[in-house]
Design a protein around this ligand. Sequence first.
Ligand code: BG6
Length: 494
Amino acid sequence: MAETLGFCEELRPEGCGFVLFGATGDLAARKVLPALFGLCEKGIAPRNFYVVLSGRTPLDRPALEARLAAALGRSGVPPRPAAFAAFLERVEYLRADYDSPAFYAGLAAKLEALDAKFGVRRRRLFYLATPPAAFEPVSARLREAGLLFDPKDCTCWSRLIIEKPYGSSLETAVSLASSLGRAVPEAQVYRIDHFTGKETVQNVLALRSANPVFDGTWNRAFVDHVQITVLEELGLEGREAFFEHMGLARDMMSHILQLAAITAMDLPASFHDADFKTEKKRFFDSLRLPAPADVPAMAVRGQYASYSGQPGVAPGSAAETFLAFRFFVDNDRWRDVPFYVRAGKKTGAKATRIAVVYKKPAAGVFGAMDIGYPNVFSFGIQPEERVDFTLIGKHPGPRLCFARREMGLDYRPVPGEAAKYPTDYERLLLEAMAGDRTLFLSYDEIRRMWEFLSPLLDSWREKPAACPLRTYPDGTPGPAEAAELLRRDGRDWV
Ligand code: BG6
């Protein structure tokens, strides 16, 4: 393992209680419960820590334990019995009735009792793994029950974690934010986009900050274009009902724009919340919003061939499972540099990648010859966690010939090392426990995302013939028109 350099910040959150609403739902089973268990198993949860799981389904203790075991088993390796037993000691279940004041009174009493048992000083996180429609009523009831403490009043705190979708349109996102704002101050709201918690996403910013060679050349003078790829092997796997309503653009746009922001934002003065958010906001403010008339030429939507036959999918459904588009960032660093994105389901293999493609030589020996793009910085976000750089050098041998070469860096060269460190969700839960909002999204980002997305969604709805839904065979990287999008500009996906 390489020695660490400079500062090395480690999170040590203080003791707290964690309340998970929607604990019997899909998000809880897939992401939140495995993360809570992982934090405990890896020994990085606070020492004084407990978990209250709450859902509408009545569950006795054996049923709760069976559900937890099943969720953890499905999320990866089945838990070791000793670690699972230790986790269960910290977990309680409370059946939820989200509309009833009596439920919140019961919850308040339970939390007081658990605080005393685990030595926690009224410090609580409420994770709303519920449909967004429940965010406002639940937070209002928490406030009425005296459970949303204002940190100014005491050494205690309470924080609310919520998850996308943050609305389904600009209007619903604005109304969700204002109703949530009535119940809880912004400073206590933690909006998750789990891509910000990925190690390799943070590494992009780390590399840019510490190595002037990156940041000094990441601008319009050197970079020809940027590509962002978020392809997934899996299809909808039981989430068809959600997709029928949302589609891929609404589901994935936040992740895509977070990857774009980390790549293109100016470097913050520090990695702390205010500095980081200031620069990120400047990036979002510079995003050029699509003009409705440009949408047919800048975006391609697709659907994998077997989608339409699946249970829960309406005949002739127009839900997109693939999206490719081009966008621009109107600031001094990136003006006129195209960013190309492709994201989709059932595309044959999972690959999340950012590629910064440098300009071709304009002068010198190769100035008049097309040798392709000599330099590409490619960041493998997942499942491959790598940084690769291509360059052209001399081909070994007696003559002066040139060849394309590649330098590669494995982000985690030590086998098994990844299992010791927090996953994306684990890291974000830890940050929320520590009260660090740096990696969480501000309302400004959400609003800007919807402003960006709305012209696409409107065009697809209002002028479907101008932006046809393209079918692509299962297991292929999207429709041919996605390649055409770049080819028209004289480029290809790298
Ligand atoms: C979720 C989307 O937010 O992110 C899913 O709702 C998507 O549709 C998932 O599959 C991708 O996340 P990851 O970390 O598994 O690549």
